[in-house]
Write a new protein. Structure first.
Length: 148
């Protein structure tokens, strides 16, 4: 199996949204046909030095990861990387695709001069937590969110 991790293209948006919905705990908030809204997020992410990567197998989008880069007030104003929307289609998990997405995200973070990569994962996602630990991530903080 050959996995290609690359920058998302406009034609990938609907498929990537469906992959995200398949792994989301709130899929009702996603609207795969609103391609323009997702694409605006891609463009803004890129404007700020980040990227949205997709993983492709046999011409199909089977994974995605959004990489956001921002200046941090700590670490003397160093650059930080936040990963969001890390998803691999359920029938493709356990095949190394997620690890390749993380490797691409981390490479971009290094290129952008980031001192750290961070992410959050819902408490109930124990399989995802094992995956992140296996890929060198440390559960160092407890996260909090408030929906507005």
């Amino acid at each position: 199996m050959q996995v290609i991790v690359r920058r998302i293209a406009l034609d990938d948006v609907e498929a990537a949204s469906l992959v995200m919905q398949g792994g989301s705990m709130t899929p009702e908030r996603e609207h795969e046909h609103d391609v323009d809204a997702y694409w605006r997020a891609v463009e803004e992410t890129r404007r700020r030095g980040g990227e949205v990567f997709v993983a492709e197998v046999d011409g199909e989008v089977v994974g995605l990861c959004q990489v956001m880069v921002f200046p941090h007030f700590q670490n003397t104003g160093g650059w930080c990387c936040e990963l969001e929307s890390v998803h691999v289609r359920s029938d493709r998990r356990g095949q190394g695709i997620g690890g390749q997405l993380l490797a691409s995200a981390e490479a971009l973070a290094r290129e952008q001069g980031c001192y750290r990569v961070q992410l959050t994962s819902r408490i109930v996602r124990e399989d995802a937590h094992r995956f992140y630990v296996a890929n060198g991530y440390v559960a160092s903080h407890q996260g909090f969110k408030k929906i507005l």
